[in-house]
Design a protein around this ligand. Structure first.
Ligand code: ADP
Ligand code: MG
Length: 399
């Protein structure tokens, strides 16, 4: 792992101004946040800096204002929620640079926190304009990036600032980076990857990257149907991208050459209508799916076999549910395999890292979110990392 400057590398920062990029893009309803996980995630970094006497200026985006001030997208809307999580008052500053910011810094005492306005109000942010980054940087003594979820974007506040100020990873960024490195960068082998979810087309790059890097590729969800169809299985009315069967075959060939075993379900849970506990529900072999049936989950025998595969592995990386888990009983395979992975993790035999919007929801539904080694809430950035892409926000912090 290339060296990465963290808060441990900061010297005496009392009275210094820290520009801290955080993710405050909170889901809101009726003027307050419905989920403050993102604030909880950056709390340790913010408090560590304030306890050391820095003046902390929070820098964040909110929504997609496309380079213009938008009265409905000011970061001032999340100020109350941030104050509540931090247990501290903060000062809202309706700019990101200029005299108002300078005056506000003058008012802040050591250990105080200011919240700058939505950095995406200015076109220089998304354009990663060096002059814009320089303008912000002029107010700070150093830069801390604690927003892994925005690290797949090369914007001024996520990448550009690192070129104008001494740059450090915050604690959340550091933890995410360590977990991802343990899962795919430099993992203990054998490594298993679970890739599920609705469609192959949204995860082609993920599959292509993983086949060369893991020993077991477990394919579930709607995307397994496309792979089954490619192998000549009649998947009936299942969600299936028939135009991608050639691609699926190519991925399976690449896997063969790379010594990666691809696991597809051999029994499945099917129904004629997609509803909770439908009358037509049954479990069958993949070769017995009727023309009017849909595959909605991986079957119990396959799940047991997959559990046995995980028992032989040291590392697991998971993105995408194995079935249509939002509707019972099509959550069964996802819940069972997640619990096996969680138990192996707790026993110390498996390092397990998972991510993806629906995956996080599925693991929470299975009650094992806290039993995995690491669960990433950074949707887009997590997927780009699984695709093997360089994340500009992370690279910029790497010396
Ligand atoms: P993530 O958000 O974790 O990356 P995706 O968005 O790719 O995951 O996929 C999640 C969706 O896939 C869920 O809404 C789930 O219902 C759906 N899904 C999983 N298996 C099936 C299936 N067999 N048929 C239809 N939809 C499925
Ligand atoms: Mg999703």
């Amino acid at each position: 792992m290339a060296s990465f400057r963290t808060l441990d590398d900061l010297g005496d920062i009392a009275g210094k101004v820290a520009l801290v990029r955080v993710d405050l893009n909170l889901p809101m309803k009726d003027g307050s946040a419905t989920d403050v996980t993102r604030v909880e995630a950056v709390k340790p970094t913010i408090l560590e800096l304030t306890e050391k006497g820095a003046k902390v200026l929070l820098l964040a985006h909110y929504g997609r204002p496309k380079g213009q001030r938008h009265s409905t997208m000011s970061t001032s809307f999340v100020q109350g929620d941030v104050e509540e999580v931090l247990g501290k008052e903060i000062m809202f500053i309706p700019e990101v640079m200029g005299p108002v910011v300078e005056q506000s810094i003058g008012i802040l005492r050591n250990g105080d926190i200011g919240l700058l306005d939505n950095v995406r109000f200015w076109p220089g942010e998304e354009a990663n304009d060096p002059e814009f980054a320089k303008g912000i940087a002029a107010h700070g003594d150093f830069y801390v990036n604690d927003a892994f979820s925005a690290a797949h974007r090369a914007h001024a506040s996520t990448e550009g600032l690192a070129h104008h100020l001494p740059a450090y990873a915050g604690r959340a960024m550091e933890a995410e980076r360590k977990a991802l490195d343990a899962a795919l960068g430099n993992p203990e082998t054998p490594v298993a990857a679970v890739v599920g979810g609705a469609k192959v087309s949204t995860k082609l790059d993920v599959l292509e990257n993983l086949v060369g890097r893991v020993q077991h590729l477990i394919i579930g969800g709607g995307m397994a149907n496309t792979f089954l169809a490619a192998r000549g299985v009649d998947v009936g009315k299942s969600l299936c991208e028939h135009d991608l069967t050639a691609t699926a075959n190519k991925i399976m060939d690449t896997a063969d050459h790379a010594g990666c075993t691809v696991h597809l379900p051999y029994d499945v849970v099917v129904a004629k209508e997609f509803a909770e506990n439908p009358a037509s529900l049954r479990t069958c072999n993949v070769h017995e799916v009727g023309p009017d049936e849909m595959i909605l989950d991986v079957g119990p025998q396959a799940v047991e076999a997959l559990g046995d595969v995980l028992k032989t592995c040291r590392t697991l990386v998971w993105n995408g549910p194995l079935g249509a888990f939002e509707t019972e009983p099509f959550d069964a395979a996802t819940v069972a395999l997640a619990r096996t992975a969680a138990a192996l993790t707790q026993d110390g035999s498996l390092t397990s890292v998972a991510g993806g919007g629906d995956t996080v929801a599925a693991l929470a539904h299975a009650g094992v979110k806290d039993d995995f080694t690491f669960v990433s809430t950074a949707g887009g950035a997590f997927l780009e990392w699984m695709e093997g892409k360089d994340l500009p926000g992370v690279s910029a912090l790497t010396a």
